[in-house]
Structures are given as C-alpha cells and as structure tokens.
Design a protein around this ligand. Structure first.
Ligand code: F6P
Length: 320
C-alpha cells in the first residue's frame, strides 16, 4: 500500500496539529496509508509509528503543541542514524515524509530525500525565521500570546511608574519582538538583527520621553540580544526609573492557535500531500504573497530573509 508519514520536529508551535490533521486527511483522501511518527526523527529511527485514520486527528485543530510529540534529534544527523531511519522507511513501505518544523528539520528532510525518500517540509516555528516563506506556522499565535502578556505587565508598570523590560522568544530572530513591540507600544525594541547602543537607543529615549511626561515604559527584548535582568538593572541605574525584568519564556509556545495559524497550517499540509502524490519530494512548502508555493530544500536553506528594517524604523519613530 502507498504509504506516507508525518512528523513534527524541533520546537513545537501552535498550529502544528492543524497541519498534521490536514496531512492525514488529505493523504487518506488521495489514497495513501498515513503513518504518524512520534517524537520527530527519533521516532523514525526507532520505528515509533502509529497508523493514522480520519478520526485520529479529530478534535485537535484547536489545540497547541503537537499530538505527535517533537524532539531535536542529534542522532539523525549521523550517517548511522540516517541509515536506521531508512531501514524503518523501507520496512513500512514509506515513500514520502512530511516534516513540520524549522531549518534544522529541513536539513534532515533534504538528506533523506537525497537518499530516495521524498520529503516535504512545512515551516512550523514561532520565530518566523524560515527564509523562503513569508510566514511560519505558530508565529501569529505566539505574537498574540506575547502581546497579551505584555499588556498585563503594562498595567502594573503603569501603576508603579516603572519600566518593564520584557524578553520574548527568538534566539536568532527578532520578528516576534518587532511585531509584539509595536503592538504594545514599546519605547524600545531590541533585536539580534539590528545593532543598538543602550545609552542612545534606550536610556536617552526614556529620558526624553520622561521629559515629555511619560512615566512608565516597556522595553521589548528578543531572547538572542542578552540578559534582561542586566538590561533592567542598567536602565534603573542610569535613569533612576525603577525597572523590572520579565522573561515570557515557553508561555509563548503554547495555547490554542489563531485563525491564521489554523488556516495556513491546513493549506500547507494539503499542499505537501499534493506534492507527494505527484511523486515530488525535496521541497519546502512556503507562503509567498499570500500564495502557497514550494521550493527545493537546498535552495530554500541558502536563502536569506531580510529583516523588516522599514517596520523597525516605524516602530522607532512612533514610540516617542
Ligand atoms: O525556535 C523556537 C524557539 O522557541 C526559539 O524562539 C527559542 O530560542 C528556542 O525555540 C527555545 O528552545 P527550547 O524550547 O529548546 O528551550
């Protein structure tokens, strides 16, 4: 029987379940047997597979996380690990795998495709840092979660005339910080993509704002930029404004996906199966100008996503 498999890999993201559901339903619709692989590539190595039917993905479209579990798998990056995974694919007649995850997961999908197993990647990460795609599943939900959390922080920092220094996720990417920062009216937004000077870009702006009558502040910092406790301490020392640091952390990865994440995940899942049903692999599904398209994985991995400096400038200009 023609069989395809689906797995989630790397950090989970809200909307991954909607993507799994779309893959399973579209796969069965197109006449495939669909296997779910548990815990990412580790499950492919161990043969931890479950047969999916139309009902195994009922009642999950609105749930965060991933029902297939996820993992980062160092073993899959070794030739021995890859060979074990290939054995499992062969034993179960798997001719293609849909991999929902980020860049690291796509490298595995490319390597497996090059060994004759068609893989299609679907961008699933709250970081929005997949170069070939305008959008990644989970980004919208994470932004809204972060925004709501900072709104709460603002209530208390406003009541105390304080500065709230908030770390949002993104070790290497400032997309979440930028959009969340604009949405909460942050005085300063610090991201790994844009070099900054704490004195000029944060302290001086706060002092200037204070002169104009502002008494409470929000500074949004992407995880990759540095330690928010130290930044808060520095701000307090140099401005005299009482400051508190908050790390939002994994709160941002959970929760029920937004409409955007559910719909994009459904579209991308469907598209991935269409590719596999045409015998096409080694592709990443992407969103470009509101259209679902796909790219060769190696080419996709080499692309660079230019940071939205225009939006960054707008944020800067209207936060004073
Ligand atoms: O890639 C998603 C992400 O949430 C990043 O924003 C963050 O830097 C990283 O994962 C955290 O990874 P972990 O869940 O392994 O701590």
């Amino acid at each position: 029987e023609k069989t395809i498999a689906v797995l989630t890999s790397g950090g989970d993201a809200p909307g991954m379940n909607a993507a799994i559901r779309a893959v399973v339903r579209a796969g069965i619709f197109k006449g495939f047997r669909v296997l779910g692989v548990r815990r990412g590539y580790n499950g492919l190595i161990k043969g931890d597979l479950v047969e999916m039917n139309l009902r195994s993905v009922s009642g999950i479209i609105h749930r965060g996380g991933t029902v297939l579990y996820t993992a980062r798998s160092p073993e899959f990056n070794t030739e021995a690990g890859m060979q074990k995974a290939i054995q499992v694919c062969r034993a179960h007649n798997i001719l293609g795998v849909v991999v929902i995850g980020g860049d690291g997961s796509f490298r595995g999908a490319r390597d497996l495709s090059e060994r004759g197993y068609n893989c299609v990647g679907i961008p699933g990460t709250i970081d929005n840092d997949i170069a070939c795609s305008d959008y990644t599943i989970g980004f919208d939900t994470a932004m809204n979660t972060a925004m709501e959390a900072v709104d709460r922080l603002r209530d208390t920092s406003q009541s105390h005339d304080r500065c709230s220094v908030v770390e949002v996720m993104g070790r290497r990417a400032g997309w979440l910080a930028l959009r969340c920062g604009i949405a909460v009216g942050a005085t300063s937004i610090l991201v790994p993509e844009a070099p900054f000077d704490l004195q000029k870009d944060v302290i001086d702006r706060m002092v200037e704002n204070q002169r104009a009558g502002k008494q409470h502040f929000v500074v949004v910092v992407a995880e990759g930029v540095g330690n928010v406790s130290e930044i808060a301490k520095e701000i307090q020392t140099r401005t005299g404004i009482e400051s508190r640091a908050t790390v939002l952390g994994h709160i941002q990865r959970g929760g029920s996906p937004t409409v955007t994440d559910r719909v994009v995940a459904s579209q991308m899942g469907y598209h991935a199966v269409e590719l596999l049903s045409k015998g096409i692999g080694n592709r990443v599904v992407a969103m470009k100008a509101d259209k679902v398209v796909d790219y060769n994985i190696s080419e996709a991995l080499q692309m660079k996503k230019p940071f939205d400096f225009n939006l960054y400038q707008i944020a800067h200009d209207i936060s004073i």
